[in-house]
Structure formats: C-alpha cells, structure tokens
Write a protein that binds this ligand. Sequence first.
Ligand code: GLU
Length: 419
Amino acid sequence: MSEEANPFESLQEQIRDAAEYVDADDGVLRRLSRPERVLETNLTIERDDGTLDTFRAYRSQFNGDRGPYKGGIRYHPGVDKDEVKALSGWMVYKTAVVDIPYGGGKGGIAVDPRDLSMDELERLTRSFAKELRPVIGEDQDIPAPDVNTGQREMNWIKDTYEKLENTTAPGVITGKAIDSGGSEGRVEATGRSVMLTSREAFDYLGKRIEGASVAVQGYGNAGSVAAKLLESELGANVVAVSDSSGAVYHEGGLDAAAVRDHKDETGAVTGYDGAKEELTNEELLTLDVDLLIPAALENAIDGDLAHDVQADVVVEAANGPLTPDADDVLTERGVHVFPDILANAGGVTVSYFEWVQNRQRFYWAEEKVNEELERHIVDAFDGLIQAYESYDIPNFRTAAYVVGLQRVLKSYREGGSWP
Ligand code: GLU
C-alpha cells in the first residue's frame, strides 16, 4: 500500500485539476483552496467514574461566498485538522454542484464514541455545542450529522444552543429528529441521492441498472439505505456489503434490508445467514461487479488498489473515498467514477429543505421532500454532464468541480471583496 493520502492535499489537487477549465487567477484560486478559519478546541468532560478526559475538536469554515457555512460533525478517532479542512472544502463544492444557497463547513471530535456511555456522549456533545455557539447560527454556520452522529446529537446541540441564546432556532442545525424540527426524508436522503445518481449514471452510459450487480463498502446510514433503495426502487442485485467486521457475499443477491436488521441486532454485517461467503474488505472492493459503492471513509481506494478494481462504474457515497492517484488510474482504465460531491449530496440537500421548513415553521410531506430532492439531483447530474461534454473533461469528478468552482467564483465576483 502506498503512503496514506492527506485529504486536504487531495482537495487542493481536485481544485487545481478543475481550475484548468475555469477562468480564474491564482490569487482567487488560493482563496478557494483553503478554509477561511478553523476553530480548534479541547473539550474536557467528566467521565462517569468522576475522572476528567479531554478531546480535541474542530470546526472548519471553508467558504461562505454562496451562503452560510454548512456541513456535518463527525465523531471518529481519526479526526484531525487536515481531515476536517478537506471535508469542509468538499462541502463548498457539493453545495455549489446541487445549487443550494450555502457555503461549506465541517466539524469533528477525535473520539471513538463506542468508548463513551450515553451520558458521557451527551456531556461531550453539549460541551462542543457551547464552544460552537459563538460561530454557528441559522444564518452563520449550520452543522448536521456525519460519521457516527445522528438525530440524538443534533437534538442535543440544538437544545444547548437555544438554551444559551434564550430563543428558539431550530434552523441552527439539521438532521434533527422529527419532533425536534427535523424533516421527513432526511435520514434516507444521502442513500437516496446515491441511488438516483446510479440510476442517472447507468442511463447516461447506456447500461441497465435492473439486475446490475452491486457491491457496497460501508454499511452505515449512507451505504445501507443506498443498497436498500437500489434493490427496491431499481431492481439492482446487491451481491456484497461490508463494514469494519468484514464483508458478506452472495452472487444471487443479498437482502439489503435484512442485512441491515442483522447489523442492528449484532453490530456487524458478518454472520448474516443469507450470505454464501465472507470476504475481506479488499476482496469486496475488487469484485467483478457492475457498480461499486464506497460508503465508508476517505482513502478506501488508493492508486495501488485502483489497478485491481473490476467494477465498471463507481458511485461515491462516502466523502473522499478515492485518492487522486486512484482517480488517475481509474480514469486511465476507463472506469466511470461519479463523485461524492454529486452522489452523496442528497444529505445536505434535504438538510437545506429542513432549514427552509424550520425558517418557515411549515412542514412538508415526505413525498414532496423526495420529489424536490430528485429534481435537485437530476438537474445537478445534467449540469455535470453538460460541463463534461462541452469542455471535453477527462472524468466526472473534474467536471463536478468545474461546475462548483464556476458557481462559487460567480458569487464571489458579483459580491466583490471588502474592505
Ligand atoms: N455530513 C453530510 C455530508 O457530508 C451532510 C451535511 C449536511 O447535511 O449539512 O454531506
């Protein structure tokens, strides 16, 4: 394996690749390649046994030219400053590709949440919310869930913020539970946009999605929902899925929802009795399938492994699952990669709908949420293809960055800079 890619350097390379097709001078590009500011803080909490523990936490506000900073908060031992900076930059281009009125941000705490009790997690989350309070707000910066966070953490952050501000401001954070001001369809939104992107991609490439074989790496919220919807809405054949415990495989097809139930019960996809074989993570990533969906963390496929990928199409549910080296190899080998900043943008798109509903205090039916989401993803897909074809761009990732970069540049230029 080659040395692990630094995600922040990967982001900068992706922006540089796109800049070749965009009219922008170096000064402006430098501005759009690094965060405006990063909050770095230490959160000290009392453990249940009375001892103190300290955790490093970050919030990166990358760019706000198109609107308030927007992006999730992750809890993971691998969280560090460069990772959060990269993730916040990817959000800038993601919100621009789907054309929602936000900039990009991201936060995280370097912690393994499995090591904490629920009370400890609540104290840690509220402590982070207190640190974030001066820099977030319905019109400033709007966090959301990411790896290992969900409705529960969002509800705690909203409550802490509202109590400290002595107000109600449900739009300060998205991904909340329905009774705390969440939106119908938000939990499934990331997986739904992966399904929609796969549908559009196969259609564009002249391939049949019905019956197509699919492997999914990572079986959290994004991967498991994508697998379920690919099966139930498009008739695709999900043959392999994995998580940190390993992978399960059945060439005749797994039942994606049943594997999810098994994981909910036992904590792992392995041991699912509808599988024929168990595989390693690497074996899953190199299976000969029609569609591969990396849905775990960054750098799942590097330049070495990319030589062995046998899928025809890759649709990224995770953020940054391919290193730039992997991208080069796959482009060269004619594997079609549909990038994270389009494919997983359903999450932030429905976060936008949640925020709109919060601001209006008027809530939508799930049907309307899904219809609007489909429109945004299909329009974004078409915009990306238009750029890909008209500028003769070598791959879909660079095409997505070209669209995103053009939109950010346009609002920056229209606003000018002050002072
Ligand atoms: N964490 C998700 C992402 O990476 C969602 C962000 C949001 O809803 O703001 O896109």
